[in-house]
Unconditional design. Structure first.
Length: 237
């Protein structure tokens, strides 16, 4: 005796068996690999610093070189406020206990010195900025621009620190700007009356700093560039 199954039952049964086979086959396939998380960008590598000969003496309230106080042509200590400094693209605030906090909100934010300065460049060859970094970014700038009655802020009249550049988080440095030998501008500084200064710290958004003291001084002989560390002697064979 042959058992006949009606076609109306065979067709749904075939579909069910085919679906089960596909499910079982998929169980044997390896799971797709999870994409690896992108690696974090490498941190900035800062060169080793030599000892800075200029320091801040809180007792004398002056920058000191070789034990002698440098007489400032202009000095800002931020003891009770922001001392007339202004910013574009950054927030400035007085720090409890002294200092001015700087928080860069946009790319290439700037800090401008008080508007009422009038300094004979021939009588002041160095700008000093004592600064602590609180938050790092990928790109540093550190440029200092000056303006006179003959020209405004321009890349043709700017320089960068010869020492103390780009402090690490938690590090305090004295940034030393040799204005008698700027990167750009030739002898314009020493032959002019300076009517404005602009400081660019990070070349990126998000950098945070504390400015402790800023001074314009005259250093006899000028602000020497940073001495390079002595090369490491080769290992003995």
């Amino acid at each position: 005796m042959t058992l006949r199954v009606p076609p109306r039952i065979l067709r749904p049964l075939a579909v069910l068996l085919a679906g089960s086979a596909l499910v079982l086959a998929s169980c044997d396939q390896p799971k797709p690999a999870t994409p690896a998380a992108p690696e974090a960008p490498a941190g900035k590598v800062r060169p080793a610093r030599t000892a800075e000969p200029i320091s801040w003496d809180p007792a004398r309230k002056a920058f000191v070189l070789n034990g002698e106080a440098l007489k400032p042509v202009a000095l800002w200590t931020f003891e009770t406020g922001t001392d007339g400094f202004e910013a574009a693209g950054a927030a400035l605030s007085a720090r409890p206990g002294g200092g001015m906090d700087v928080k860069g909100n946009v790319f290439d934010s700037v800090i401008r010195f008080p508007k009422d300065i009038s300094i004979k460049g021939a009588e002041a060859n160095t700008v000093l900025v004592r600064v602590t970094r609180n938050q790092d970014t990928a790109r540093w700038d550190g440029a200092l621009f000056w303006k006179t009655a003959q020209h405004g802020e321009a890349a043709a009249f700017a320089t960068k620190p010869v020492r103390g550049t780009d402090p690490a988080v938690g590090e305090t440095t004295v940034m030393v700007y040799d204005m008698a030998n700027p990167r750009k501008g030739g002898d314009d500084w020493v032959k002019s009356v300076i009517t404005g200064l602009r400081l660019d710290l990070d070349d990126d958004a998000g950098g945070e700093f504390t400015l402790h003291q800023v001074a314009i001084v005259n250093i006899p002989g000028g602000a020497a560039p940073e001495a390079q560390p002595a090369p490491t002697p080769p290992a003995a064979p």
